[in-house]
Design a protein around this ligand. Structure first.
Ligand SMILES: NC(=O)c1ccc[n+]([C@@H]2O[C@H](COP(=O)([O-])OP(=O)(O)OC[C@H]3O[C@@H](n4cnc5c(N)ncnc54)[C@H](O)[C@@H]3O)[C@@H](O)[C@H]2O)c1
Length: 401
């Protein structure tokens, strides 16, 4: 069997190489991103591509990369990849949707304590040479109520850690969610805002969330409460937050995400929130830790390995998701196709005509794409594969073992 080759760009964590090497994949790494032409040239003979956010994987790149089987986005976002074009070419795309969530939770905890204790002001005073020893306006978080808006991967973990610190937790989510520990579900956002001492946003980036938190929500918050946004910049009206802080109704805020964020490290930064008292501003680093990078490296490399070796598309962002348990002694055929009636029947008729017995089989479809993984007991001759290959609906056929 010809070895699988991977090209890993943009300085991915070395664990990605380790995971792939351990499975016999030959890995080439490059520190930067490549432009379109360089990428097309470099993808000749390459089955797996690993990138972060800077490499643009366009339709042109994908249609000029006949050997490419999968792209790993070693980050959360996948906007840099033309997902539909990848699916049409039979190329799976994976990302790391939750490998950095613990990092976000930890920074949120740090900020909740820092703001409730007014550490920012004590720190600033002492750096400017003033001994401002006072308990005024400083509180313990124990016994206070944390309001979590968006009870997903991050919100739920934060809920558990906040309770361990002695906080009461109330959450609001538009979807039905299991309350962890002693956390209480709010029926409405207003109920949460009227109850919480600290309000923290962890909603996702769906378009409907644009501007969901503005002057009227801030006005509903308890006087002297604290506000955090580590979700998406466009969710909050920061001009209204500035007003709330200047009027003293909001006692402190931590903001990690902004509607317009500078592209490069060292770029200038403008915001209504600069220079305000008891406001912590961070440059979208909620999920940026060495631990998260390592977890992302391992997670995405595992996904690429499992797809190339076993045909598992679990958590792929552009192909139907399925995983068929590995069986010893079987031969595995994976077939990506255009989702039209009769494909499964066609595959099985071809196998039956050649006396090939199906031992296990799974089909999943999503939109225009169908994916079927079939384990058979006997060797598949070249003639069977050739027949399946020329089916009208076939996008890509692979024989894995
Ligand atoms: N600051 C960072 O560096 C960083 C890092 C990772 C993730 N994030 C962001 O954090 C956010 C949460 O991430 P996650 O992994 O927990 O997402 P998730 O998809 O697991 O959870 C989001 C939750 O918000 C809920 N929701 C959506 N809209 C809502 C609304 N209007 N009101 C109430 N609930 C709503 C959803 O039902 C879901 O339960 C995302 O926006 C993500 O982009 C930021």
């Amino acid at each position: 069997m010809t070895p699988v080759r991977a090209l890993l760009l943009e300085n991915l964590h070395p664990l990605a190489t380790t995971v792939l090497n351990a499975d016999g994949v030959e890995v080439v790494t490059r520190s930067g991103a490549l432009d379109e032409d360089e990428l097309i040239e470099s993808l000749a003979g390459v089955q797996l591509l690993g990138i972060r956010s800077k490499t643009q994987v366009t339709e042109r790149v994908l249609s000029h990369a006949p050997d490419l089987l999968a792209v790993g986005a070693f980050c959360i976002g996948t906007n840099q990849i033309d997902l539909d074009a990848a699916a049409r070419e039979g190329i799976a795309v994976f990302n790391a949707p939750f490998s950095n969530t613990r990092s976000v939770v930890e920074i949120a905890i740090a900020e909740i304590i820092a703001l409730t204790r007014r550490l920012t002001e004590r720190d600033r005073a002492l750096h400017s040479g003033v001994w401002d020893k006072s308990a005024e306006g400083s509180h313990e978080v124990r016994g206070r109520t944390l309001g979590i808006v968006g009870y997903g991967n991050i919100g739920t973990q934060l809920s558990v850690l906040a309770e361990a610190l002695g906080m009461s937790v109330i959450f609001y989510d538009t979807a039905e969610k299991l309350a962890l520990g002693n956390a209480r579900r709010a029926e409405t956002l207003d109920e949460l805002l009227e109850t919480a001492d600290v309000v923290t946003l962890h909603v996702d980036g769906r378009a409907g969330n644009a501007g969901m938190f503005g002057a009227s929500q801030l006005a509903r918050m308890r006087p002297g409460s604290i506000f955090l946004n580590l979700s998406r910049g466009f969710v909050v009206d920061y001009a209204a937050l500035r007003e709330g802080i200047l009027e003293g109704r909001i006692a402190g805020a931590a903001v990690d995400v902004f509607p317009q964020e500078p592209k490069r490290r060292g770029d200038p930064f403008e915001s209504d929130l600069r220079g305000l008292p008891n406001v912590i501003l961070t440059p979208h680093i909620g999920g940026s830790t060495e631990e998260a990078q390592k977890a992302i490296g391992q997670f995405v490399a595992n996904k690429l390995r499992d797809y190339v070796r076993h045909g598992s598309t679990m958590l792929s962002v552009n192909l139907p998701n399925l995983a068929l348990d590995a069986r010893t002694g079987s031969h595995r055929l994976v077939h990506l196709h255009r989702n039209t009636p009769g494909v499964l029947a066609g595959i099985n008729a071809t196998l039956a005509e050649h006396g090939v017995n199906v031992e296990a089989q799974l089909l999943a479809t999503s939109g225009d794409i169908g994916y079927v993984v079939t384990d058979v007991g006997s060797d598949l001759g070249a003639d069977v594969c050739a027949e399946l290959e020329v089916m009208d609906q076939t996008i890509r056929l692979r024989l894995l073992s």
